[in-house]
Design a protein around this ligand. Structure first.
Ligand code: SF4
Length: 251
């Protein structure tokens, strides 16, 4: 994006924002949840953000002006801005514009994505991204499809590209009993992550049912209605697999 004027005028659909996020990247962060996603994960806890394109239309300039109000606070708190969703790569021009604006404010930037639409991210956009939170949702193509309705390969290709560009990432893996808890599935992710060494940290995220009410609100059947949250032992086991592949920074 060449000039300030150009990026400020790009419009996008913003579902909501959070001004004190602590889990989506380092420090305390401004999180912008952008609408839209190409996947249909069975455990999506934001189906109102991703499946249905709900949100408020804003220009990147408007969103960055909002962020600017808190910029000194985020800098002092070792934080910054995270674009999440949905998937921010569903609106690549808008995300690129907001990231540009955040870099002009001198803020640390994070892109929280499943990587499926990685080909939509320009090199310039990735240049403005300090860290990627990459969700690899399964380690076999079959379970990936069952979990998300999509293909695993574009996410892997995006990770390889991040490696070529010298980018750093945190790996996120959602653990669902009876779906992504199979050893072969976890090993598939861990082995890939070892071979593409961009991951500074691994987050094993236990599936939770906090978004279940949103499926109901949208009149959709929750595919995991009968699935329980994983127990402590299962989470420990999944983390131990990542540890076997040499990861030490596992949460
Ligand atoms: S990638 Fe994230 S936002 Fe998209 S469907 Fe899956 S869980 Fe929901």
């Amino acid at each position: 994006m060449e000039s300030t004027k150009q990026w400020r005028e790009v419009t996008g659909l913003v579902h909501s924002v959070e001004t004190c996020g602590t889990v989506d990247g380092p420090g305390i962060r401004f999180i912008a949840f952008l609408s839209g996603c190409a996947l249909r994960c069975v455990y999506c806890h934001n189906p109102d953000t991703s499946f249905v394109r709900r949100g408020k239309e804003k220009t990147a300039g408007e969103l960055v002006d909002e962020i600017a109000l808190y910029a000194p606070f985020f800098k002092n708190a070792g934080g910054g801005v995270t674009l999440s969703g949905g998937d921010p790569l569903f609106q690549p021009e808008f995300s690129a514009a907001v990231l540009r604006g955040c870099k002009e404010l001198g803020l640390h930037t994070v892109l929280d994505t499943a990587g499926t639409l990685g080909m939509r991210a320009s090199d310039a956009m990735l240049e403005d991204t300090d860290l990627v939170l990459l969700d690899i949702k399964a380690g076999t193509p079959e379970i990936y499809r069952q979990t998300t309705g999509g293909n695993l390969e574009p996410t892997l290709e995006f990770a390889r590209r991040l490696h070529r560009l010298g980018k750093k990432a945190w790996l996120r893996y959602v653990l669902v009993p009876g779906l992504t808890d199979k050893d072969a599935c976890i090993r598939g992710v861990a082995e890939f992550a070892r071979e593409v060494p961009i991951f500074e940290r691994v987050d094993v995220l236990p599936f939770h049912k906090m978004g279940a009410f949103k499926w109901k609100e949208l009149g959709l059947k929750d595919p995991l209605e009968a699935t329980s949250e994983p127990g402590r032992e299962l989470v420990k086991h999944a983390k131990s697999i990542f540890a076997e592949y040499g990861f030490t920074n596992i949460y």
